[in-house]
Write a protein that binds this ligand. Structure first.
Ligand SMILES: NC(=O)CC[C@H](N)C(=O)O
Length: 228
């Protein structure tokens, strides 16, 4: 499986994401600068964390208007996996690929620590290697991670099982403790916690490995029958 890690001016978790998929999981991965990129040859798109365009306007708002995101939209429309972490999640909501928005943390301060995260839906291509309800440790590192959506959207998220991760102890004021959601079609996941920073016990947790393993295994089963 070949991953593209999209790099915007201001991305700062791109190397972590690359390290996770390339060096820890051993898959093909490339850092892809947002300009003049061609995503046609990649199987999975990873939108990393950071401060794209200095978080001006709103986090992710400027990056969401870039031409590479049009390619991400096309990639997603084919049912291929897209994972946005932290700033990547913010970009996905700003681009309209996921509903809702990420607001300033309730306490208005940047937060950077490990959190207990509940796997609320292990029936997605990103989470099949977890148990339903499993509690994992992922770091958070954000100032705008307070997920918000209106009541109708929340009801739809619940009805369609689109809430994939929730915080055990909601650190930022997110509606319904939401830490990560998936699109209705099940191939675009956005989450504020960082699984790519939890891939080795040296980092304090390796609970993120199962997320990347899930993507790779499910992709192989769907597209690459020969290597299963
Ligand atoms: N680590 C990150 O991706 C930071 C996300 C974002 N720019 C924020 O502070 O909210």
């Amino acid at each position: 499986m070949k991953f593209a890690v999209i790099v915007f001016p201001g991305s700062n978790c791109d190397r972590d994401m690359y390290h996770a998929v390339k060096e820890v999981l051993g898959e093909e991965a490339e850092l892809v600068w947002y300009e003049n990129s061609n995503l046609a040859d990649y199987d999975g798109i990873l939108l990393p964390g950071g401060f794209s365009y200095g978080d001006y306007l709103r986090s992710g708002a400027v990056a969401a208007t870039s031409t590479v995101i049009q390619q991400v939209v096309e990639h997603a429309a084919k049912g291929k996996p897209v994972l946005g972490v932290c700033n990547g999640f913010q970009v996905l909501t700003e681009a309209g690929l996921l509903p809702g928005a990420l607001m300033r943390n309730e306490k208005l301060s940047f937060m950077c620590h490990q959190e207990d995260i509940v796997v609320d839906n292990n029936q997605t291509m990103f989470t099949t290697n977890y148990l339903q309800g499993e509690v994992v440790r992922f770091p958070i590192a954000h100032g705008e991670g307070n997920y918000f959506c209106d009541e109708e959207t929340l009801a739809n998220l619940k009805t369609n099982n689109q809430i994939v991760f929730t915080y055990k102890d909601n650190p930022n004021g997110s509606v319904a403790n939401i830490a990560g959601i998936i699109n209705k079609e099940g191939n675009v996941l956005g989450m504020m916690p960082h699984p790519e920073r939890a891939v080795e016990s040296l980092l304090g947790s390796d609970d993120g490995v199962k997320l990347f393993q899930s993507i790779i295994q499910n992709w192989r089963e769907a597209y690459d029958v020969a290597s299963v």
